[in-house]
Design a protein around this ligand. Structure first.
Ligand SMILES: N[C@@H](CCC(=O)N[C@@H](CS)C(=O)NCC(=O)O)C(=O)O
Length: 309
């Protein structure tokens, strides 16, 4: 198998989800640490505009969004599937809710001064981060949580999770993990990563034990790779063959399209449509530093616009 390369930064919670999935599956992977804020000269040539974190590179193929990274990794490595047939609907639906609603709840909680820990270790980094994320938020359609709402939401969720785990099961839906475990894990990891609200975990012992179990997959040491070396790997590789097809009558294969998230971080990637079905959108683009690359997006939560219509 071509090397798996994660472009990420340590503080990123969705990166922690990807790291935990890679490690849980026992996969070897290489790590490109990207800056927490723009510019990202060694990642944007690969994605062509998409700027959310993380992205996973496999040669000259780039996978955007951890939902798609999970689907890609599922039959790789060892261990149970992320999508057990008996719980697939519940696990996927919970994962989607957690990656959106509980995620925004966690942002409010983690950025309370008492929960931040050393998130902004460098002097001046808070101001630069705020400016960068103001740009990132351009065009976003999300509802941020007030502190009161976030506290109530998290308290309710932890109570329900404690009840779910109370029969001694190891994971949310039974003896084996599902994608929901990885989604819930990264959000809880983020809330508590600054050392704040630890008493909330202590008051929920089943959740605390589950969190410790999931933590054993995250934050593992990785083999570093420089950004320019990752670009060179793309340049030396050919994109994987894709079965062409479009399920949209008005946008055919070969059309020039913009593809991007619909909720936030909406900066699109421009390329030629190769494939669009219920699960994925794949476009081909090219950059002098990478040569031709295929950029893969999940269909859910992403929009596609035909530039010639
Ligand atoms: N649905 C996306 C969400 C990714 C996301 O929101 N990542 C955050 C970091 S944890 C981000 O992109 N922040 C802005 C940035 O890193 O530029 C996924 O699952 O990958």
């Amino acid at each position: 198998m071509t090397e798996l390369i994660l472009h990420h930064y340590p503080e990123s919670l969705f990166s922690e989800k990807a790291r935990a999935m890679l490690n849980a599956k026992g996969l070897a992977w290489r790590s490109v640490i990207i800056p927490m804020i723009m510019p990202r000269p060694d990642t944007i040539p690969l994605t062509g505009g998409y700027r959310r974190t993380p992205v996973m590179q496999v040669g000259a193929d780039v996978y955007c969004d951890t939902a798609l990274i999970a689907a890609y990794l599922d039959d790789k490595g060892t261990g149970p599937t992320f999508f057990p047939a008996a719980h697939r609907l519940a696990a996927q639906t919970l994962a989607r809710w957690v990656d959106t609603e509980l995620f925004w709840c966690s942002v409010t909680l983690r950025f309370l001064p008492e929960n931040m820990g050393n998130f902004f270790a460098e002097p001046g980094s808070a101001a630069a981060f705020a400016e960068d994320r103001a740009n990132f938020a351009q065009g976003a359609v999300v509802r941020r949580f007030s502190v009161d709402e976030a506290v109530a939401c998290y308290a309710t969720f932890l109570g329900e999770m404690e009840a779910q785990l109370a029969d001694g099961r190891a994971y949310l839906f039974g003896a084996d993990w599902s994608i929901a475990d990885f989604s819930v894990y990264h959000v809880l990891w983020f809330i508590h990563a600054g050392g704040g609200m630890l008493d909330w975990l202590e008051r929920h012992p089943h959740v605390a034990a589950w969190h410790a179990r999931m933590r054993s997959y995250g934050e593992k040491p990785w083999h570093d790779l420089s950004g320019p070396d990752a670009l060179a790997i793309a340049l030396a590789s050919e994109p994987e063959a894709v079965e062409h097809g479009s399920d949209m009558p008005e946008i055919s294969v070969g059309s020039l399209v913009d593809v991007g998230p619909l909720d936030y971080g909406v900066m699109p990637t421009r390329g030629t449509l190769l494939k669009c079905d219920v699960a994925t959108i794949v476009i081909r683009r090219e950059h002098t530093l990478t040569g031709p690359v295929n950029v893969h997006f999940p269909r859910h939560g992403f929009g596609i616009k035909n530039l010639l219509s």
